[in-house]
Every structure is written in C-alpha cells, then in structure tokens.
Design a protein around this ligand. Structure first.
Ligand SMILES: *Cc1c(COP(=O)(O)O)cnc(C)c1O
Length: 379
C-alpha cells in the first residue's frame, strides 16, 4: 500500500458492532468481564483502548514499523524511552535539540544516574569518540529544532548497529511522509504528535514506533506502568488529522520553499536555515533521506538584535506568535526566549541559536498572503 493510501486506511477498520466507518471514540475507562479474566481483550483504558489501538496501528504503518505506542505528550514518549535504561548507562544525543528534550535529559534523568553526552552529529564520525561499554542509546533529531541541521540517519544507524546500541530518531519535523527512519536503520521513531501528525493545533500527544517485539513489550510495559497515555477523544482527533497528512505536507513544503526564497537577499535578514537550499551544509543528505524539505524555516537578523526580532514578530498578522508548530496555520516563535529558554545562553550561542533568531512554521494558507505579511513586518 502506498503512503497516500495508508494515511486513509492503515490501522483503521469499520466498527464491527455498527459498521461506523470512522473509529468511534471509546470514551470508557473499563470493560465488562463476564467472569474474572473473561473479556474481549480490553480490561482498563490505561492499558488498552480501541480508539488508541487504531491510532497506534495507523502511526506504526506510516513509519513502516510493527508496533506503535501513543503517549499523552511527545515528552512522555521520550520519558518512556529513557526509562528503558539504568543508572550508569550513557546516552549520546545530538547537541541541537528541542528545548524540552534537553530539559528532561539534564534536569530529570541526570539525577537518576544516567549520563548524557551532547554531540555535534553534523559529521557522524563525531559520535564514535563518545562510545564506551556503558553507551546504550543514541538519540537524534533531524531536521533539528530550530537550527534545521540534518543528521545522516543511515550513517548513525551503522555506528549504532556496529556497537550494539539502540538508535532513536525524533521524526517530528519531517513526519513519515518526508522521512522514514526505520527503513534507514533506526530502532525507535518518536513523534510529538502535537505537531504535524495532529496538524490542527488542537491536541498534545506523543508516539513511538518500533520494529522489534521485545522492545515494543518493554515500552508497552513502561507505557502502562507509568501511565502517560492519551485519552480516546484526542486519539480520534489525530486519526482524523492523519488522513490529510500527505496533502498538508505537500503544501507546507511548497509554501516553505517560497517563503525561504523570499527571505534570501532581504536587507534585514542575515542567515536563513532551511535544508532545501543547495548551500545548506548537509543538503546532500537531506536530499537523499527526505522526500522534500518541509515548512520549518529559521532566520537571524543583521546585527543580531533581540528587540528588533520582537518588533518584527509583533507586526505579523498571519504568522501568529506562539509556541508549537506543524499546524495548518502559520506560526512564528522566538526560540531563545520561548521554546528553547531552558537552554543556557552560552550553549545556545555556540550552536548558532542567536538572540535574533526567528523560527517560522509555514502553514498552508495562500503563500502570497504569507509573503505579504513577512514583507510588511520586516519593513
Ligand atoms: C514539540 C516537540 C517535542 C515535545 O513534544 P510535546 O508534544 O510538546 O511534549 C519533542 N521534539 C520536538 C522536535 C518537538 O518539536
């Protein structure tokens, strides 16, 4: 089945009791047992719920994996991954991460005796020098948030396999429509479903996909034991959102290209970060591992003045200033003070995340209206 057919059909069956074509919202916490232990496969909704099952199967199919698990947020999904490990274990992570991921690693898990190394994975050979007998996980985001760096998934997975290390990829920015890490050798794919998979800025949710029954069992055990599961209403909304993923992504990518091209050469704009440009440092890898380049763009201002960035952002009408991304509407964000405020300034600056950096999530509106908005706000 092709991707565009899977988004509509994979994982979902008409309801056997009524024929309802859309998966019902099974708004129930528990399920009747005719005698103890005699039930229809469902006992309690933290463990299993039919609406969540349909969504988990749908996301697994889109990522080309066998097992999907949904969580109450993207961070809850990451939390479950890290709980696979024990004190003394070491994790090698990219150094350009979603701020909340950096925060959960350093502020929550370090105190339980896990050791994290934040590594520039731009060149995958940088990873090898951090590997030792305690290394259990390599974690990468690509494209990264907000610097839009590209990491070679196949290259990292070769290193992980050679050293018997689990390799997880945060695929939030690319979505399975643009990039499928399992096919490139990753063991775990993670999503903030809140973003493009949900697609309508109305749900907070996370997901993991794996292709290994043992890993799936361990993660399902954590999912049920720790309990950060999404409710059925949210699962229904995401099942609905996913049906248009391919159509939305095509438009996000087209609009993203046009907006990025508009920013080139604008007198106020200094650097533009978008992997579709041929002079992007890892453009060749992006071209190889992604179907297209997405609608996320970051740029800095000449002079790097934060006040000027705030001023521009306050003049937007269509690019609404808000956290989050990946919805149908265009958003703008100031990572240094918003999504990435939990990263110390020196760390940020080292990675190029300057005070004037503005991140755009280009929506699916008319692109001329979007460019007009940018033109007016930039002045
Ligand atoms: C938003 C985001 C997360 C966290 O997901 P939540 O659903 O907000 O918990 C993780 N990674 C990336 C790349 C994100 O954009």
């Amino acid at each position: 089945m092709k991707f565009e057919t899977k988004v509509i059909h994979a994982g979902v069956e008409p309801d056997p009791s009524t024929g309802a074509i859309m998966t019902p919202i099974f708004q129930t916490s528990t399920y009747v047992q005719s005698r103890p232990g005699d039930h229809k496969g469902y006992e309690y909704s933290r463990t299993h719920n039919p609406t969540r099952d349909a969504l988990q199967n749908s996301i697994a199919a889109l990522e080309g994996g066998d097992h999907g698990l949904c969580f109450s947020s993207g961070l809850a999904a990451i939390d479950a991954v890290i709980k696979l490990f024990n004190p003394g274990d070491e994790i090698i992570s990219g150094n350009d991460l979603y701020g909340g991921t950096f925060r959960i690693f350093t502020k929550i898990f370090e105190k339980y005796g896990l050791k994290f190394h934040f590594v520039d994975m731009h060149d995958v050979s940088n990873i090898e020098k951090y590997i030792n007998k305690n290394t259990k996980l390599i974690w990468a985001e690509t494209p990264t948030n907000p610097m839009m760096n590209i990491i070679d998934i196949e290259g990292v997975s070769k290193i992980a396999k050679a050293n018997n290390i689990i390799f997880g990829v945060d695929n939030t920015f690319a979505t399975p429509y643009l990039q499928q890490p399992i096919a490139l050798g990753a063991d775990i794919v993670m999503h903030s479903v809140t973003k493009y998979l949900g697609g309508h800025s109305d749900v907070v949710m996370g997901a993991l996909v794996v292709n290994n029954a043992e890993l799936a069992d361990q993660l399902a055990f954590i999912q049920n034991s720790c309990g950060a599961t999404p409710g059925p209403q949210d699962c229904f909304l995401v099942l609905r959102g996913i049906k248009t993923l391919h159509v939305r992504m095509d438009r996000h990518c087209d609009n993203g290209r046009k907006v990025a091209e508009f920013l080139v050469g604008h007198p106020k704009v200094d650097r533009i970060y978008w992997p579709g440009f041929e002079d992007h440092p890892n453009h060749a890898i992006a071209k190889r591992q992604m179907k297209s380049y997405g609608g996320m763009i970051s740029f800095t201002l000449k002079g790097d003045n934060q006040e000027e960035a705030f001023d521009i952002m306050s003049k937007f009408h269509l690019f609404t200033c808000a956290e989050s991304l990946g919805g149908v509407e265009s958003l703008c964000n100031h990572p240094a003070s918003m999504t990435h405020a939990s990263i110390p300034r020196e760390e940020r600056i080292k990675n190029g995340l300057l005070d004037s950096l503005i991140r755009l999530s280009v929506g699916i509106e008319d692109v001329e209206d979007l460019i007009d908005d940018l033109k007016k706000a930039l002045g």
